[in-house]
Design a binder for this molecule. Sequence first.
Ligand code: TXA
Ligand code: MG
Length: 326
Amino acid sequence: MSIISKDISKAIQLLTAENIVAIPTETVYGLAGNIYSEKAIKAIFETKKRPFFNPLIVHIPSIDSLSTIVEYIPEKAKLLAEAFWPGPITLVLKKKAIIPDLITGGKDTVAVRVPNHSTTLELLSKLDFPLAAPSANPFSSISPTTAQHVESYFKNTIKMVLDGGACTSGIESTIIGFENDEPIIYRLGSTAIEAIEAVVGNIKIKNSVTESKTLETQKTPDAPGMLARHYAPKTKTILTDNILEAISHYPNKRIGVLVFKPELKINGVITEIILSKKGDLSEAASKLYDALHQLDTLDLDIIIAEKLPDFGLGKSINDRLLRATK
Ligand code: TXA
Ligand code: MG
């Protein structure tokens, strides 16, 4: 029997009884549990096979709940929350003592956001506790953007996926930390850097993955979890500026190609997925993970992905594609 259901009251029952439930958000599906339940939080880590040092994001119903979670809100954090919540920005702030160490990997900061999804906002407003929710995928594999993706990963290990349809943004939230009250991007994501800069001015990016950085040099990143290899299909994946040249290096191989828009005539491949026929970056972001999921089922020798324009959401998509190649 399918574990996918639209029944919010069933989700409330399960979560209140300290079970974990997969929930929809605008970015990706999350694997959620009561932040105050040690049983639920341990189950999240075990189900994902996620190391305990990698902290979780706390999901709250509105900005009003923020002061119950965090000790102190810098001015620019307030501006960002007001500008983007509900929405795909996560703020890393000094935690209140009540937030369990298990959630934060022992750090004195906590990551928090208000997701922009009507089903999950309703769920959160009816619960008397916030939900910790990492993306609902096994550690380092492709994030889920449909209830079916989650079911295919966890049908034997969790009781329910709350169905909220396909995620509209499609890549994870942008994570912003604060150093001396100044914001700094820990993870590129569904809110474009230019939109953030319009609110708080110039902002630096930490943990950006570059081609020269290897897995080894990224083993101790500042935001735990921002490892070089992440969001990765099982199939070998490469990222290129020149798709036709890259294809020519793999004669007689089963190739799958992932391109931004229909620009070139591509021959001799098993399949070609176009992220956005009209060349729209948000449409491309919303389709990215589903495309990688699809390519990963085709028993390919290699996935060749085209680099997107390096601005706006293109920058965030390139970050994910590069991590998929490591
Ligand atoms: O869009 C999203 O953010 C999704 C949905 C479900 O909300 N969630 C998500 O969670 O992507 P997850 O666990 O896959 O990624 C959360 C990342 C961690 O890998 C870690 O890098 C960072 O958030 N993080 C969490 N707490 C942190 C902290 N206290 N300091 C620094 N980084 C933190
Ligand atoms: Mg994740």
